[in-house]
Design a protein around this ligand. Sequence first.
Ligand code: SDX
Length: 443
Amino acid sequence: MATESAVTENGTGAGAAETLTITDNRTGQTYEVPIEDGTIRATELRKIKASEDDFGIMTYDPAYMNTASCRSAITYIDGDRGILEYRGYPIEQLAEKSTYLEVAYLLIHGELPDQRQLEEWTHQVTMHTFVHENVKEFMQGFRYDAHPMGMLLASVGALSTFYPEAAQIKDTDNRYLQVIRLIAKMPTLAAFSYRHNQGKPYVYPDNDLSYAGNFLSMIYKMTELKYQPDPRLEHALDVLFILHADHEQNCSTSAVRSVGSSQVDPYSAVAAGVAALYGPLHGGANEAVLRMLRRIGSTENIPDFIAGVKSGNERLMGFGHRVYKNFDPRAKIIKQAVEEVFEVTGKNPLLHIATELEKIALEDEYFVKRKLYPNVDFYSGLIYEALGMPVEMFPVLFAIGRTAGWIAQWLEMIDDSEQKIARPRQIYTGARTVDYVPVSARG
Ligand code: SDX
């Protein structure tokens, strides 16, 4: 590390060099490492060697707590100030004034569409909502009670076999068609997995409806000729899709980028994102929040639950974030959308437990010290439940919204000349050059 003096001398004075001066005390050698955008290139450290045949210094960063993996112009987050912007537009303005399809266009193309572009984009997506009948038959092969996220994971990956031309990722026209197909078909696959889980016939897309309205129709339509979504629920769901659309280099997006760096087709790369999002620490958290609230059961049980968290026997799901250390701006917006939905569906008794839990946690030193605040998943599950969704569907709804972000990040990675196949290094801790012992001689 640079010594204090080096930092102080060159710190903030006029003409301060944008470099680190590193002294290797093993050799007395000093190295100048350039600072670019608040980072140093890890490969610069390979110059620092203790001997000629030394590989050189690597960085060690489990879970990438302090590592930038790419340059990106898609989403900006300021975790301390609770700022989230898609292509520079504040999430509060997009949630209030835009629609999910328009936000998907913004993330993928980099700019808001004009009227003609929006109409063409909406038409393209609407015309691609159907899936091949074989996909439906493939999905019907799952167990009757298969988790819908597992079905979504498999069926998104299976689309790569229905569109083998998607492997031509350098063909921009072909790539754009796959982008349209993914945005268009994700709700269809999600709804099919829900209907399968409910033992109900699959409902085909209704291209007269909006993106969120069509999803509600594929979820809820029964014997009526045409499903008419409640506009308040349609709007609340569209806002949720907007809020989940992207979140810079989160776990699932990193998975999409890493798998995509092998130049596999976008369906396989997005399937990797679905798999990562399935985990309870990531997209599965909204499902875990509802199960947690149900387990708490009443506000009288909150003190015991909080004690369980402090003793390490429980985790307050829906709280905490790797980046947001004050508040998750999405949680604030979702809390407002909760009221809109409950006007239609009636108040959910779990909301009272959630708000009481939030109030207690925000005042408790254990959570304050660890900067644990409600994240996007804390309230979203209440809306999904109010919409009649089973908890297993919550991460699936998250995946529908995040598909636009995964695609935008995948496209940016493909076109980034600095990117190549992702292949981290390791610190080897195992045995070396052990001689083989035949099984007859093993103890
Ligand atoms: C999402 O990355 C993204 O952007 C994700 C996301 C997106 O849009 O893509 O925002 C979506 O995944 C939101 C997060 C949903 N997950 C949850 O709500 C699950 C509960 N939260 C956590 O498990 C946790 O807060 C994480 C995973 C979100 C963040 O974990 P970190 O940054 O690795 O923090 P940590 O686990 O190292 O925790 C730091 C301390 C630890 O305590 P000590 O060991 O220091 O004593 O805080 C504690 C943790 O035990 N802690 C919690 C806690 N979260 C962290 N303790 C109780 N309850 C929690 N929820």
